[in-house]
Design a protein around this ligand. Structure first.
Ligand SMILES: [Zn+2]
Length: 79
């Protein structure tokens, strides 16, 4: 079983369908058992959908956007 760190690091690639089959299965196995990471996945999915819908036109307060960007880096950057 992969660790939470690995699972979270794979979330964005998973949402982008960039994972290999084995990696995807490992991640899904982990998400099925780990509530923490399951929450992370839901969050990442909502966030991505929101960003995709609103595109660059979204007018977030600077502070909120800075926090989101930091979070995205945190979630997506650990490859
Ligand atoms: Zn986990």
């Amino acid at each position: 079983m992969i660790s939470c760190t690995e699972a979270v690091a794979r979330l964005w690639a998973y949402l982008d369908r960039n994972l290999g089959r084995l990696e995807e299965q490992e991640l899904e196995g982990h998400l099925g058992l780990c509530r923490h990471c399951c929450g992370e996945l839901e969050f990442a999915r909502h966030l991505r959908a929101l960003l995709r819908r609103s595109g660059a036109a979204v007018a977030l307060p600077g502070e909120t956007r800075a926090r989101l960007e930091a979070l995205i880096r945190e979630l997506g950057g650990q490859r």
